[in-house]
Design a protein around this ligand. Structure first.
Ligand code: ZN
Length: 147
């Protein structure tokens, strides 16, 4: 949960909000569309291994953080923005990781539901695929980097 008090909520006055379900219906959150910040969220009570967005953010490895950083700070596109999708190779290059480590790290982020990769013109090479952050990914990004 990102907002705890008067000043935390005051920062979102006049912003627009959306209520979003994350993961396999395991978490529901009210998120600010303007700041991509989670205002309040709850785990499904019967979901034993539920991890909140906060927990997912805390569990990121340094390599995973490097990839997320690279998805925004590369020369082509900014994955944090809507409808802006960098190439995988650009994200890996900007992350500073080797291509092999970068690809492995990206697949771990895909498994966590943070990143979605889509084929670009069916070229079949991982480097030519398109990198996108899921809604969960954007929420996690804002917790890790924008606070
Ligand atoms: Zn806001």
């Amino acid at each position: 949960m990102a907002v705890f008090d008067y000043h935390g909520l005051l920062a979102h006055v006049s912003h627009s909000f959306e209520c979003i379900v994350y993961g396999d219906n395991q978490n529901v959150a009210l998120a600010c569309n303007d700041c991509h910040e989670v205002i309040i969220d709850f785990d499904r009570p019967d979901f034993d291994n539920a991890s909140s967005i906060e927990e997912i953010a805390k569990s990121l490895t340094e390599n995973e953080k490097a990839i997320l950083r690279g998805s925004r700070d590369n020369e082509f596109a900014n994955a944090v923005e809507d409808f802006s999708f960098p190439w995988v190779f650009a994200v890996v290059e900007a992350s500073g990781l080797s291509p092999q480590v970068g690809r492995g790290t990206i697949s771990s982020l895909v498994q966590k539901g943070i990143v979605a990769i889509s084929d670009y013109e069916a070229k079949g090479k991982a480097e030519d695929m398109i990198f996108a952050l899921t809604e969960l990914g954007k929420a996690v990004y804002s917790i890790v980097f924008l606070r």
